[in-house]
Design a protein around this ligand. Sequence first.
Ligand code: NAP
Ligand code: ZN
Length: 348
Amino acid sequence: MIKAKAYAARDERSPLAPFQLERRTPGAEDVQIDILYCGVCHSDLHTARNEWKNTLYPSVPGHEIVGRVVAVGSSVKNFKVGDLAGVGCMVDSCGRCPSCAEGEEQYCENGFTATYNGPVFGGENTFGGYAQTIVVKQSFVLHIKHELKDLAAVSPLLCAGITTYSPLRHWKVGPGTKVGIVGLGGLGHMGVKIAHALGAHVVLFTTSPKKTEDGKRLGADEVCISTDLEQMAARAGTLDFILNTVAAPHQLDPYLQLLKRDGTMTLVGAPADPHPATEVFNLIFKRRQLAGSLIGGVRETQEMLDFCAQHGIVSDIEMIRMDYINQAYERMLKSDVKYRFVIDMATI
Ligand code: NAP
Ligand code: ZN
């Protein structure tokens, strides 16, 4: 076993604190990565505080992991010691079901193993990236082709990047599409950048007027303050697709009304409590659709990383020390982050 320093939540009320974990010694199929940077996703907070009511403690969050390969098993062909590597939200899946066969491991019919809080196949609880090192099956490890100087800002692509890229591609967002991105947080700001790079006309919907200039700088063609009813009404029936990243329950109807006939709003935000019920007439009169989407498969995650490297896309980050994590969570709850915290793992 490999011992490593980490940060863990011991229960749903205590702040995260230092913790020592053990990783398995790399097997034939495994890659060991010393973690350089780990992004802070709102899902980390939902999990640490047991908001989804499924957390196993101690809980070590973190699924936006970038680091350097320090050991490989005998069957590992695609990685060697010294390579840069990434790990996202999954570390295993059944590999046999139709979803896995199609490269959509996130929809594994036997339940994928999450990078943290993921003891699906009868094993022990998984521990995530708020740690010095991680051991992962090679088929769930990603190649990083970005410039070395961008490395910290690449880490959020492993969750925020793929969670926005996958639905934008699935619903064929591109030139000629008018797309709304709701919420300018970690996911939302990646959604704006990626939708812009895909060639769409991007409208950002934010509750924070002070984010207007940033929204435009990040690639939004228009910024709409979603609490301003006039600004919302002016856009009724104009959008082909909406990606909703909001992390709290809210009324969906004002957004559904923005869709054209046959338009779709996809929810990726995962608040613990349900959204208020929607008005069915907002759906049936224009054959609109309300959908959801979960991260993305391994192959698509690599495609997204390569797309972002090609287009020079990284996250806008605020680098933090490991011991700042509890303050970072509080600031995230106040939408006070531009636009992703990333932990410098050298400070653990
Ligand atoms: P985040 O950085 O905290 O951003 C969320 C944004 O939502 C905020 O910046 C804010 O944007 C808006 N918002 C927050 N509270 C709001 C409220 N009460 N009313 C209206 N708007 C509000 O969070 P994140 O890391 O991007 O994650 C967003 C959500 O996606 C979380 O629930 C997370 O668990 C989930 N998630 C889902 C997947 C998936 O696979 N589906 C993957 C990763 C994360 P404005 O200030 O611009 O309004
Ligand atoms: Zn995440």
